[in-house]
Design a protein around this ligand. Structure first.
Ligand code: TYD
Length: 254
């Protein structure tokens, strides 16, 4: 007997109401952007909204959301001299683990996966900004994910002059628990990428913008708007994707 039908037996009609809606094949929604653009806040906001609609969703972040990922996160924030390739391989190792442990099983179970950073981060940071070979990174991305492309990638775009000012004004950039398994493990002394020169961040932004022109999965949103406007724009796209996958429109009215 499946866990679902056991629940129905235990709770009858109430149990049926409690069941979360799933999507055939799952849905992968990734959030991308430079430092301080508000990406993590928006990813969490979307995840919370999906939950209130009764949609079965999970929220994860890269690097992180696994033991290996948290260790890579700690290491990457401390190390100063790693090659772009070494860095790429570390991010890919963490990614492969997250795919195996969390993302693949969630998608196979029909869940919506809200993922804070994914393969495009490696292209933008280790490729466009650190000068790693884009083709090699693309190949490594494919290996780590078995070629899994997001259904939607939200790019929060902001001039780094503005976003970096936001970061430096934040007393606890990495503080707090962003969800189950998502506890951030770094501290202020480890802000390696944030402390790079402006040019580095401009290269990240330009890299993302270039990537976004290549594929309709991208939704580019200007991040200098009010948070609720950004959230509405994201939700509009996500609703469309869910309705296309036979989630009834009526559930979004709640
Ligand atoms: P994080 O605290 O997650 O920063 P943010 O809140 O901006 O996502 O730190 C992760 C850092 O790792 C961030 O600077 C981006 C970087 N990164 C890469 O350089 N390559 C990658 O493939 C990934 C996933 C992250």
């Amino acid at each position: 007997m499946t866990a679902q039908s056991q629940e129905e037996m235990d709770f009858g009609a109430e149990g049926e109401r409690m069941q979360k809606r799933t999507v055939g094949g799952g849905l992968l929604i990734t959030f991308e952007g430079g430092e301080g653009v508000g990406k993590s806040t928006q990813a969490e906001r979307l995840f919370n909204k999906l939950q209130t609609f009764g949609i079965d969703a999970i929220h994860a972040q890269e690097p992180g959301s696994s033991d290996l990922g948290n260790n890579v996160r700690r290491w990457i924030k401390r190390a100063n001299s790693s090659s772009p390739l070494a860095e790429t391989l570390l991010f890919e190792a963490a990614r492969a683990q997250l795919m195996f442990e969390t993302i693949r099983p969630a998608l196979d179970a029909g869940k919506v996966v809200v993922l804070d950073r994914y393969t495009d981060s490696t292209l933008a940071y280790q490729g466009y900004a650190r000068g790693g070979d884009l083709q090699t990174i693309g190949q490594l991305n494919n290996i780590a994910t078995a070629g899994l492309t997001p259904h939607l990638t939200v790019l929060l775009d902001l001039d780094p002059k503005v976003s970096l000012a936001r970061v430096s004004n934040k007393p606890d950039l990495f503080g707090g628990d962003t969800g189950p398994g998502n506890t951030r493990v770094d501290d202020e002394s480890q802000r390696r990428f944030e402390e790079q020169p402006l040019k580095f961040h401009q290269n990240i932004r330009n890299g993302y913008l270039e990537l976004s022109k290549r594929d309709p999965r991208w939704c580019v949103i200007k991040a200098d708007q009010a948070g609720h406007r950004i959230a509405d724009a994201i939700l509009k796209r996500v609703r469309r994707l869910l309705i296309e996958r036979e989630i009834p429109e009526s559930i979004f009215k709640s």
